[in-house]
Design a protein around this ligand. Structure first.
Ligand code: ADP
Ligand code: ADP
Ligand code: ZN
Length: 213
């Protein structure tokens, strides 16, 4: 099963993608995580991507598409995957579709996690990310056992630079302009499913499960 998660920054795509990946035993592929790992390791790709990420802008399509296509060509993806944060533009979606078509494959579902802008700032300012394993938490809605420490690996948690309110506003604008048109794109392909992302995490997951089973 091949699934795409759509939604504003902070809508809960990553949270739900991880749960889908676990339940269906398929890889969770986050382009944001791939970039952050590259930044941490000081690669050339990371340095280039960081320039855009810090400003709340999208990384150019050419840089994103190649790493995503390489990733989905790996053998662990043969039974499907859940994409989190890709595609984010119409050209990215078109390239993905064209590549899949060559292989006689297609995306099965695009799930839009719908959360209004008013809720997003609050979600993002409370998000905490682990510096080493990438796990995410929320100070109110998904707290760790010990404040500031990752439950999974014991490393320090941080507020991502791009989760500060000024950058979040910018990212929301970019989302509406460049990413939201994908909702129409996948509606036209008859694979769009929308879930109410303002509900609590478990309820959102149950809505998704009822779509996928
Ligand atoms: P969030 O989960 O909050 O929506 P991500 O971790 O998915 O954020 O992405 C962080 C940043 O990485 C984005 O703001 C953007 O700069 C970059 N990025 C991630 N995926 C893509 C993509 N598919 N196209 C362009 N830029 C991307
Ligand atoms: P995205 O990947 O779309 O950027 P995340 O999954 O990282 O979003 O979620 C953003 C923040 O909101 C995180 O701190 C997460 O713990 C929290 N969160 C996710 N889903 C919900 C929900 N349904 N209710 C409340 N908080 C949530
Ligand atoms: Zn961790």
């Amino acid at each position: 099963m091949k699934i795409i998660m759509l939604g504003a920054p902070g809508a809960g795509k990553g949270t739900q993608a991880k749960r889908i990946a676990e339940k269906w035993q398929i890889p969770h592929i986050s382009t944001g995580d791939i970039f952050r790992m590259n930044i941490k390791n000081g690669t050339e790709l990371g340095m280039e991507a960081k320039k855009y990420m810090d400003q709340g802008l999208l990384v150019p399509d050419e840089l994103v598409v190649k790493i995503l296509l390489d990733r989905v060509a790996q053998s662990d993806c043969k039974n499907g995957y859940v994409l989190d944060g890709f595609p984010r533009t119409i050209p990215q979606a078109e390239v993905l579709d064209a590549e899949l078509e060559k292989l006689g494959e297609k995306i099965d579902y695009a799930i839009d996690v719908d959360v209004p802008d008013e809720n997003i700032i609050n979600r993002m300012s409370g998000r905490r990310a682990c510096v080493s394993c990438g796990a995410t938490y929320h100070i109110t809605y998904a707290p760790t056992q010990k404040e500031g420490v990752c439950d999974k690996c014991g490393s320090e948690l941080i507020l991502r630079d791009d989760d500060k309110p000024e950058t979040v506003q910018k990212r929301l604008g970019v989302y509406h302009q460049q990413t939201q048109p994908l909702i129409e794109y996948y509606t036209a392909k008859n694979i769009l499913k929308s879930v109410d992302g303002t509900k609590d995490m478990e309820d959102v997951f149950q809505s998704i499960v009822s779509i996928l089973v």
